[in-house]
Design a protein. Structure first.
Length: 312
């Protein structure tokens, strides 16, 4: 049998988690439970998982949620609250970076075969737009010229995890079902009360009812902060789509893209500021590292502090 040559020690994002999904399934035990439920397997040793989610960001705040290897198989998980036909293209970017990292010390010009872990791409969808339980998204669907036998293809499976969808999957992974219920409650309560109150109500109820109770109890403050951020980001994406419908596709798409890019840059900067502050950097040092005006860094840091104060 040929030796597997891919590198195991790729850069892992351990510093900043920007999604509840990432936070919940950063626990290897929970991640293995999700993998078993999605694949019908029965692995019982969480240490078999080699998490290799890359820290580097490809475009603004776009990054892969969770990536890991188990038994020579590379799995990339993505959580989405908005449907996008471009997900296979994003996965292509992620997998290229991962394979580049894994083979950086290999001789790709030599006669010996460089073996790679077999990839699988899965999207867990819980947006408000109606979607089927299971659907396959293909990279070739975005090619300008259709090709019956495309030279390059990438297939990603999107699973609807909203309550009432994929019951067997949710039954086989309690944590995924709990996550689905928690996010559904936040969205439902936010229709009638402030977002902060909606998140607080959902957290309180879920802890009381045994829904993600251990995670929410241990991470209450951070979970609330991240939930508010995540819901706001989802709202921005919906606004972009509404602008496209109201103003005409081209004009609306451009308007939404400009608003989304501006919002994405700002959120990315805030995330980087959080990282640097956690490492003890001063605002002056952060401004120099990020090559941004000190005044802008000070403004964003102030907004972060105010947001932190609101959720206390």
């Amino acid at each position: 049998m040929e030796k597997h040559t891919y590198q195991k020690n790729t850069a892992v994002n351990r510093v900043y988690k920007s999604r509840i999904f990432e936070m919940v399934f950063s626990d290897k035990k929970e991640l293995l439970s999700l993998y078993n439920a999605a694949n019908g397997t029965k692995y019982d040793d969480p240490e078999m998982l080699e998490v290799n989610t890359l820290e580097n960001v490809i475009y603004l705040s776009m990054h892969n949620d969770i990536s890991f290897v188990i038994d020579s198989r590379l799995t990339l998980y993505e959580h989405q609250s908005t449907y996008s036909p471009n997900l296979p293209l994003r996965y292509l970017m992620y997998i290229s970076d991962l394979y580049s990292s894994m083979t950086r010390d290999e001789n790709l010009y030599g006669p010996r075969k460089v073996l790679l872990p077999t990839p699988k791409f899965v999207i867990f969808y819980n947006g408000i737009e109606e979607q089927p339980d299971v659907q396959e998204l293909r990279l070739s669907n975005v090619f300008q010229v259709p090709d019956d036998k495309p030279s390059l293809e990438l297939r990603a499976v999107m699973l609807n995890i909203n309550p009432g969808h994929n019951p067997q999957l949710l039954d086989n992974c309690k944590t995924l079902r709990d996550y689905s219920e928690y996010t559904a409650r936040v969205r439902r309560y936010a229709e009638n009360v402030s977002l902060s109150d909606a998140v607080e109500q959902a957290i309180t109820e879920c802890i009381k009812e045994g829904i993600l109770s251990e995670f929410l109890s241990k991470n209450r403050t951070e979970a609330k902060k991240v939930s508010i951020y995540e819901y706001d980001e989802e709202k921005v994406m919906r606004m972009m789509r509404e602008a496209a419908r109201e103003d005409g596709w081209e004009e609306g798409l451009q308007k939404g893209r400009e608003e989304g890019i501006k919002e994405g840059i700002e959120q990315k900067l805030k995330g980087l500021i959080c990282k640097k502050l956690a490492k003890g950097k001063t605002l002056e040092e952060i401004a120099e590292i990020l090559e941004e005006p000190l005044e802008r860094i000070q403004t964003l840091a102030k907004e972060l502090a105010e947001a932190e104060e609101k959720v206390k």
